[in-house]
Design a protein around this ligand. Structure first.
Ligand SMILES: [Mg+2]
Length: 186
């Protein structure tokens, strides 16, 4: 079995960026933003390096994606891709009467991946509304230094890397099963 493709969202999944500083020291500044890394995020990427193909996909801007990942990852870290808002689909959301950027995995399929081997870690399930069976939902990180979700995630990914078809695994309760409150709902 070849390594699965693991795609990470950035904001509130890997880090929290805010124009207002929190009451603790930030990890780095990016433009006007104070950036707080989710605890163990560097351990997570180290863990994934030999076990998965790793990619990043944010609905933020390209410059933001490049800026944050440049600070977070070692320069030689192998990324399959680093995609930003330009790769998202714009859809109109009735409830908010606003355009929203969602992530459609068709572009990922065109890189030669089957959807049975693609996992997407994102704190906003509706961004993956077209591909919920590929989603590993994660609770949003808003800066707490006590957050231990990524430690639990590494444990769960160890399990998922061995399954034939990731879509067949019900991934909604993975955090609760490890004693962590669940993420937001669709
Ligand atoms: Mg997010």
């Amino acid at each position: 079995m070849r390594p699965k493709l693991l795609i990470f969202d950035i904001d509130e999944t890997l880090l929290h960026a805010s124009r207002r500083g929190l009451n603790r020291v930030h990890d780095f500044l990016l433009g006007n933003y104070y950036v707080y890394l989710r605890p163990h995020v560097r351990d997570l990427f180290h863990f994934c390096r030999d076990r998965f193909k790793v990619a990043i996909w944010t609905s933020s801007s390209r410059n933001y994606a490049l800026g944050t990942m440049h600070r977070l990852l070692p320069p030689d870290y192998p990324l399959e891709f680093l995609w930003s808002r330009q790769r998202c689909l714009e859809v109109f959301r009735q409830e908010t009467q606003r355009l929203e950027h969602i992530k459609d995995l068709q572009d990922v399929e065109s890189l030669g991946y089957g959807l049975h081997e693609v996992l997407f870690v994102d704190d906003t399930p509706r961004k993956l509304q077209r591909h919920l069976p590929n989603l590993v939902p994660i609770s949003p990180f808003i800066g707490s230094s006590d957050d231990r979700v990524l430690v639990a995630l590494m444990d769960y990914l160890e399990e998922l890397k061995a399954v034939d078809d990731v879509r067949r695994v019900d991934k909604r309760g993975w955090q609760a099963a490890r004693g962590i409150a669940s993420g937001r709902s669709l």
